[in-house]
Ligand binder design. Structure first.
Ligand code: HEC
Length: 154
């Protein structure tokens, strides 16, 4: 009988500890809710504006496709692009100026030079880059107006 009481007190302690752990976890690990919150770092309205530039004035969709998948070997993908997601500042420069040198995106080589760049305001660059960084499953963070201004000076 003593053994049984001991067993139950350990069991109830374990249940209590598990309860505490579950209560505490959302603060420490990335849950689905946290991911939603991170996406919200770019306000919905700014995402809309970015999307409109991507599929309109910026012409991005013509080459990179509305779904960001690109055309392998010709136009690199932006969706899940290791190149895009590795370096936000480089993404800004790429969006403003394009690139003349060959690059490798997700293991596929692109010859460089074909990207045409429509003149955009700094704010338009912010919105379209943030749209690409946070669309099609990308979780690439956020760029600021200051970062775009700094990229222009170079
Ligand atoms: C005429 C076709 C074309 C248009 C329009 C275009 N791109 Fe590109 N883009 C390319 C090509 C080609 C490359 C690869 C350049 C290289 O090889 O150096 C590229 C590369 C990129 C990259 C880096 C590589 C990657 O896939 O992550 C980013 C970011 C990018 N483009 C964003 C944009 C954005 C944003 C727009 C619209 C404002 C845009 N592009 C418009 C053709 C285009």
């Amino acid at each position: 009988m003593k053994k049984l009481v001991g067993f139950f007190s350990i069991l109830s302690f374990a249940v209590f500890a598990a309860f505490l752990f579950i209560q505490a976890t959302p603060d420490r690990i990335t849950t689905a809710n946290d991911l939603e919150f991170m996406q919200d770092a770019v306000p919905a309205k700014a995402m809309e504006t970015g999307k409109a530039i991507y599929n309109g004035k910026g012409n991005c969709f013509v080459c990179h496709q509305p779904t960001g998948v690109g055309v392998p070997g010709v136009f690199p993908p932006l969706a899940k692009s290791d190149f895009l997601l590795a370096d936000k500042k480089r993404a800004i420069v790429q969006t403003i100026y394009g690139s003349k040198t060959p690059i490798t995106v997700n293991g596929v080589k692109y010859p460089g030079g074909i990207m045409t760049n429509v003149p955009m305001t700094d704010q338009e660059v912010v919105d379209v880059v943030n749209y690409t960084l946070n669309s099609w499953g990308n979780k690439g963070g956020v760029v600021t107006l200051e970062e775009v201004k700094a990229a222009r000076k170079k």
